[in-house]
Design a protein around this ligand. Sequence first.
Ligand SMILES: *[C@@H]1O[C@H](CO)[C@@H](O)[C@H](O)[C@H]1NC(C)=O
Ligand SMILES: *[C@@H]1O[C@H](CO)[C@@H](O)[C@H](O)[C@H]1NC(C)=O
Ligand SMILES: *[C@@H]1O[C@H](CO)[C@@H](O)[C@H](O)[C@H]1NC(C)=O
Ligand SMILES: *[C@@H]1O[C@H](CO)[C@@H](O)[C@H](O)[C@H]1NC(C)=O
Length: 385
Amino acid sequence: MYLGPLCAFSLFFSTISSGFLSVNAFNLVKDYSGNSFFDEWDFYGSWDSLTNGDVNWVDRTNATNKQLAYVNSAGNAILKVDNTTNVPWNEKRDTVRIESQKEYGVGSLWIADIVHMPFGCSVWPALWTKGQNWPDDGEIDIIEGINLASTNQMALHTKPGCMHVSAPADQRGKSGQLDCSVDAGCTVMETAPNSIGAGFNGAGGGVYATQFDASGIFIWFWSRPNIPKSISESTSTSAIANLNDWGPPAASYPSGSNCDIPSYFSEQSIVITITLCGTWAGNPQFYTPQCGSVGPTGKCYDDNVPGNGSNYDNAYFEIKYVRAYTDGTASPSSSGSSSTGTKTGSGPNATGNSGSSNVYKSGFVAPLVGTTIVSLAGLAIIFMF
Ligand SMILES: *[C@@H]1O[C@H](CO)[C@@H](O)[C@H](O)[C@H]1NC(C)=O
Ligand SMILES: *[C@@H]1O[C@H](CO)[C@@H](O)[C@H](O)[C@H]1NC(C)=O
Ligand SMILES: *[C@@H]1O[C@H](CO)[C@@H](O)[C@H](O)[C@H]1NC(C)=O
Ligand SMILES: *[C@@H]1O[C@H](CO)[C@@H](O)[C@H](O)[C@H]1NC(C)=O
């Protein structure tokens, strides 16, 4: 299918002059939704040994029996913190961590439509992806926030050698750390309103999309009123024809000499977690400014986790769907729905959590400001062969 530079070049211009081609459609490979939402995930089934949170991530049987993971009457998946059990001091509270059995390779696109996100003092939710070995196989943090934070923080985690660039021309969010191998990863803060927490929920939720591509990793967020038609009109079986109406991503991690994405990221599983306190939410440096005054001790565990749990009434995800797509460029072993594997006990050590990206294959993003989408659509074609 290699068309050669000339052909690719002319496609590039025909794209600009005649509108968008749909050759870079993303075909659906997996739809997690409705009554089968929970069928192809592994439940962690142990206390939080990864982020040191004060929770038991229960197995599927307990999650079902205790109504911590279920499908509600609207057909949406609920994943929640136990808010009905009186937990004695010094014990942990039940919640869930699920990890997709399927892994998705380079060339993938993940879209999650979420109605409600967990929040509250001590609460640390995340939606992210990870390879089997951490950090060698990479981690993409798509949604992550703690306590009462109102802004989503995205990040990549890698072995040493992968750097983010400080201000990619197409990136809507604000870069933080640039070294993807440090504890916090290479972070990008969302700048649009209502990306997590009470604001997100108040706006009716929204959609996160992540593109995992050879040309980079890209993460988009839209609050409910701003979801592009290509997504709002998609179904549980349809392809996403193109990303032309997506606008710039919240986080853009272009592949390049700074970081060759395929060298740092292998096939990824999708992970959804909620923990309490732990290495980030419970760290006094982050806990105290937002929540240090909610209880008598000023401590994350003591003031939140024990007791009747009514403080966790908002600590739940309500998810319409998580969908995985492939653009067909993935190698056979990672063709989007590829290898499976039960990945128990794997995972990031410390602060790692979600990650995501969306794409429009932005091989040469920087010089193309202004015509980004058109140009990128052209590049996408070039990159496909
Ligand atoms: C499941 O619940 C039972 C009964 O409460 C408990 O003994 C067991 O430890 C739980 N298992 C997990 C993995 O949470
Ligand atoms: C739960 O405990 C809080 C105080 O920690 C109290 O205000 C609330 O009324 C209790 N709720 C129930 C249902 O017992
Ligand atoms: C617990 O949380 C759910 C939302 O997940 C809420 O509907 C319920 O009223 C809360 N409280 C109790 C006692 O179940
Ligand atoms: C995980 O954390 C432990 C203890 O904090 C540390 O000794 C170990 O090196 C860490 N592993 C990785 C892969 O970072």
